[in-house]
Design a protein around this ligand. Structure first.
Ligand SMILES: Cc1cc2nc3c(=O)[nH]c(=O)nc-3n(C[C@H](O)[C@H](O)[C@H](O)COP(=O)(O)OP(=O)(O)OC[C@H]3O[C@@H](n4cnc5c(N)ncnc54)[C@H](O)[C@@H]3O)c2cc1C
Length: 277
């Protein structure tokens, strides 16, 4: 069975009635099914146009689950969300960015998903819709392990919600791969900083991806950054102890030790670069 509903209720009713594999851009879905026939029943959600696009309402930026990475690159987002745009430009090449969606990246829950650390550093929540209930939870709680989330089989990830911040906030995303472009991350780092009128850091969020089963925030570093002036010297505050809770693996792309060192180097670089105009 292959369903392609045009309205959300129809999609959620179908999901409630029988097990269905959700298909959005297909850029994770199809590579996981190479060289075998598609036997699962499919719910293709690409015609749910209401789930696509960004909107600022009630001091929250809402991003529809079907929003593609190219949509994000092209949206008129506030300047302080530049880290999200930088991450969007790093997801594969332009063809992948045209098809791949933000909810697909989250629900696939790869440890190397570029969208996850940047959204963690933006304190994103996910909205999960079922036919008769909608629930929200922090992204940090939603992804529980490699390829594992709290999504129930009758739910769609309908929106990602990011709390609005003052215009002087800033964010950055840096990715390290084996080459510059079109590459699976060895490590990536996202930073969001907010300052007070005197230019001192009042909110810091730092997240590292591809160095643990699930991307992690660095709470000890975030606490240490508070109160400091927004200068490139912020980089010197980051210490090995701040990344000690990460659990990188060794694989074909790099050893655990290399990933650990790379994470700290990227964090320092991100902290220095985010202070520059
Ligand atoms: C060549 C190539 C390069 C890539 N490069 C990168 C990269 O650099 N960085 C990176 O992070 N990723 C990369 N990817 C992976 C992929 O493109 C992204 O993760 C993309 O965002 C997935 O979105 P999608 O819409 O294609 O998801 P799909 O493949 O359609 O779905 C992925 C999973 O999410 C589920 N799902 C999708 N939407 C929803 C929803 N709204 N509600 C509930 N479940 C849902 C599906 O059931 C499936 O399990 C690459 C893929 C390819 C093929």
């Amino acid at each position: 069975m292959y369903l392609r509903p045009t309205n959300l209720n129809e999609a959620l009713r179908a999901l409630k009635e029988r097990p269905l594999c959700v298909l959005a851009g297909g850029t994770d879905f199809y590579p996981q099914r190479v060289a075998r026939p598609l036997r699962e029943d499919v719910l293709d959600i690409t015609a749910l146009s209401g789930l696509r696009g960004t909107e600022l309402r009630d001091n929250t930026l809402s991003i529809g689950g079907l929003t593609t990475w190219s949509d994000i690159v092209e949206s008129p987002l506030p300047q302080w969300l530049s880290g999200l745009k930088q991450a969007a430009r790093e997801v594969g090449g332009v063809q992948i960015q045209n098809a791949g969606t933000i909810a697909g990246n989250i629900c696939n829950a790869s440890p190397a998903a570029d969208g996850v650390p940047v959204l963690l550093a933006l304190d994103a929540q996910v909205e999960l819709s079922a036919l008769d209930a909608v629930r929200r939870m922090p992204l940090q709680e939603f992804i529980v392990g490699s390829r594992r989330t709290q999504r129930r089989s009758d739910e769609l990830l309908t929106r990602i919600l990011i709390p609005n911040r003052p215009t002087q906030a800033r964010s950055i995303f840096l990715k390290l791969g084996a080459r510059r472009y079109l590459v699976i991350s060895i490590a990536m780092v996202a930073v969001t900083l907010e300052t007070d009128a005197q230019g001192a850091v009042v909110h810091a969020a730092v997240a590292v991806g591809a160095c643990s089963e699930v991307a992690q925030r660095l709470p000890k570093l975030e606490a240490a950054l508070a109160g400091h002036a927004l200068t490139p010297d912020l980089a010197q505050i980051a210490l090995p102890v701040h990344v000690a809770h990460l659990k990188p693996i060794s694989d074909i792309r790099g050893t655990a030790q290399y990933r650990s060192d790379a994470a700290l180097t990227l964090v320092r670089r991100a902290l220095a670069e985010v202070t520059l105009d």
